[in-house]
Design a protein around this ligand. Structure first.
Ligand code: HEM
Ligand SMILES: *[C@@H]1O[C@H](CO)[C@@H](O)[C@H](O)[C@H]1NC(C)=O
Ligand SMILES: *[C@@H]1O[C@H](CO)[C@@H](O)[C@H](O)[C@H]1NC(C)=O
Length: 349
């Protein structure tokens, strides 16, 4: 009898929830379904939670993964590009897919911001995921959640950790070119600068070091590390923390003049494998970006110890990376009645 009551209660809640989800995509409250954390409803009536699409689009993650599988098999770097896309979204007005909006009469696209221009990529893969999701579950899965799922999926498919991903973000109706330029850290940042820019997003030093580990995959253009090779401190000298043979190799990829779009792996030992070699390379003076190397040499706070700890223990790095990705993915999401679920990630409805 007790069992029947519980089962009936579950069915009713499930039905109600599905109905509400249809009427207001994104309004899938926790409502205690499937034993979701009790405090969630009271504390954050519109908070993110992993079962958000459980009834409205249960196949969402499978669809994301099938597109990712193909795209990454065809071009392994795509995993890195998609991971970075989520980061550049979340640091500008929160994780609201503002980065996906194209230029229009009312939108100054973030794609033209300094950290993104000629650099950020992966939009066609997001479009393909969105098209498949619109077919399966029209106007249900937000572009901001697609970015979060693509970032996790890309990490997993590259050999990195997985995590239970809170969902329920909604999409912005605007973008901020200026905030892209000011909030996303430049590659020649000092350590203090990096800490400040992460703090602005409520991310601490541990998050900074763990998330920088995202540079275990992907590449960077010569323009982003040239300063280190030829004029680190305005005195026409290289960055002395660069290991000699690595420095010589980089100079051949990145000449003093020209070659700005030549690329070099961020982790040259295993550029498409998500592992902790990135941190070992930093210990050996082989971090590619200034922002990578200063985590060891910058002499602020605790980051040096963290680099050493992650270099020594890949499990520790994986665990913290997952935690920090959840934290980053939780930056000022639009929820409830705020924002919308875009039909096309490039334009507002
Ligand atoms: C700590 C501050 C950070 C700085 C200064 C920074 C800077 C950069 C730069 C300059 C590039 C190369 C861009 C180009 O060639 O135009 C890059 C690439 C990349 N970044 Fe970061 N980044 C930071 C943090 C992060 C975080 C938090 C993540 C993700 C968790 C991330 C993931 C990536 C990935 C995966 C790539 C390679 C992308 C590709 O190959 O397409 N970065 N980053
Ligand atoms: C975008 O919209 C949000 C919510 O309406 C608003 O708070 C924010 O200031 C807007 N940003 C820009 C750059 O217009
Ligand atoms: C970083 O690079 C920018 C653009 O090249 C330059 O204006 C700025 O002074 C550099 N910052 C540092 C700390 O070197």
């Amino acid at each position: 009898m007790v069992f029947l009551k519980v089962a009936l209660g579950f069915l009713i809640t499930a039905f109600l929830s599905a109905t509400v989800s249809l009427a207001h995509p994104g309004l899938g409250f926790g409502w205690g379904i499937g034993g979701s954390p009790g405090g969630q409803f009271g504390a954050h009536p519109f908070g993110l939670f992993p079962q958000f699409y459980q009834f409205s689009c249960p196949q969402a993650d499978n669809i994301v993964m099938s597109v990712l599988n193909k795209a990454i098999a065809k071009q392994p770097r795509m995993a890195a590009s998609l991971l970075r896309l989520h980061f550049h979204d979340c640091f500008v007005q929160g994780c609201d897919a503002s980065i996906l909006l194209d230029d229009s009469a009312t939108i100054a696209s973030e794609k033209n911001a300094l950290p993104n221009r000629n650099s950020i990529r992966g939009f066609e893969v997001i479009d393909e995921i969105k098209a498949k999701l619109e077919e399966a579950c029209p106007q249900t899965v937000s572009c901001a959640d697609i970015l979060a799922m693509a970032a996790r999926g890309s990490t997993v498919l590259s050999g990195g950790p997985s995590w239970e991903l809170p969902l329920g973000r909604r999409d912005s109706k605007n973008a901020s070119l200026s905030s892209s330029n000011t909030n996303i850290p430049p590659p020649n940042s000092t350590l203090q600068n990096l800490i400040t820019l992460f703090q602005r997003q409520s991310l601490d030093e541990v998050d900074l070091v763990a998330l920088s580990g995202g540079h275990t995959i992907g590449v960077a253009r010569c323009a982003t590390f040239k300063q280190r090779l030829y004029n680190q401190n305005g005195n026409n000298l290289p960055d002395l923390t660069l290991e000699k043979s690595y420095y010589n190799g980089l100079k051949s990829v990145c000449p003093k003049s020209g070659g700005d779009n030549n690329i070099s792996p961020l982790d040259f030992g295993s550029p498409v494998k998500f592992d902790n070699l990135y941190f070992k390379l930093i210990l050996w003076g082989k971090g590619l970006l200034n922002s990578d190397q200063v985590l060891l040499s910058g002499n602020v706070g605790n980051t040096m110890e963290l680099v050493k700890a992650y270099a020594e223990d890949d499990k520790l790095f994986f665990k913290q990376f997952a935690k920090s990705m959840i934290k980053m993915g939780n930056i000022s999401p639009l929820t409830g009645f705020n924002g919308e679920v875009r039909k096309n990630c490039r334009v507002v409805n």
